[in-house]
Design a protein around this ligand. Sequence first.
Ligand code: SAM
Length: 301
Amino acid sequence: MDKSVLEIARSALLSLIKDYESQHRCKVSDTDMNSIIVSLSASYNDYRLKRGITENLDDPRYQAAYLFTYFPALCHGVQSGIELLDGRMRHSFGSIMLQIADRRQNSLNVCAIGGGPGTDVLGLHMYIQDFLRDDGIYQDVFLNATVVDKHAEWRSAWEAVQRHLNPIDSQQIIMNYIAHDITNQNISSQVLSSVKKADIILMFKFVSAVKGLQGFKYNLTRLLREASSNTYIFYGDNLQGGNSEIFKDIAYDAGYEYIASDEAEKLKIPDRSDYLVDLEETYDRRYQQNLSMCFIIMKKN
Ligand SMILES: C[S@@+](CC[C@H](N)C(=O)[O-])C[C@H]1O[C@@H](n2cnc3c(N)ncnc32)[C@H](O)[C@@H]1O
């Protein structure tokens, strides 16, 4: 990508706020944004997560706060996590993905469960683009992606992001959003089909966000069981809090085999620049700059 994800996040969040202001004919002040960012961060504490209390992520102001606080670090987290696992695999993940893409007219079917604004999918795209560049391969790889998430309105945040991608990156990511609450036992045919046809399932920072919710384990196991044989799943989540054990239990139960895992303490965003620094001052809040995470790849039997 020619722009850094920090630059893209900055432009996208400003677009979201502008759109909100013109739709609602009101001003979103810097103080409003400060309290929204504070309340978004607070919604990720254990007490609130256990009770399923989340902020309204369909609200563009909360989406803008997410793009500021978490989006850049998490996109880099996806990319760096896959790169890290490459070192633990016999064949790199990039070469496996290219083999699949070759059979599918250069495209990969991706399903991001709890994929939010599109972080997981953009992170995968960033990984693939760097992989191709480092190996000197010229090839288009199109991601035909579905985000399965309680908040399908994340699509507005993605549209804001997409407007600031260059046309080639933008064309290579086809994004579709389907609303699905993981506490709901009923799985729609659209959700089922996006899981069934996936070459790769992404699940980034989802387990930690929903593990306290009623029925989560049972429903997620049922959903993952629907994937076809040889589907890969890339998981990443907070190192602390027993998330990876929960994930592995679910994945084994759903018929996946272990491929590789690794951990990273204080994984840094490589391209820290000035893009969000002035907004840090304006909003009087810092954006996330490093992550402590566990990454796992598994494959459906
Ligand atoms: C911490 S965010 C991670 C989002 C994205 N994967 C990323 O890395 O930026 C958790 C995601 O889970 C979604 N979510 C929260 N509760 C959910 C539920 N009950 N069912 C499905 N998705 C849910 C949120 O909308 C959000 O997109």
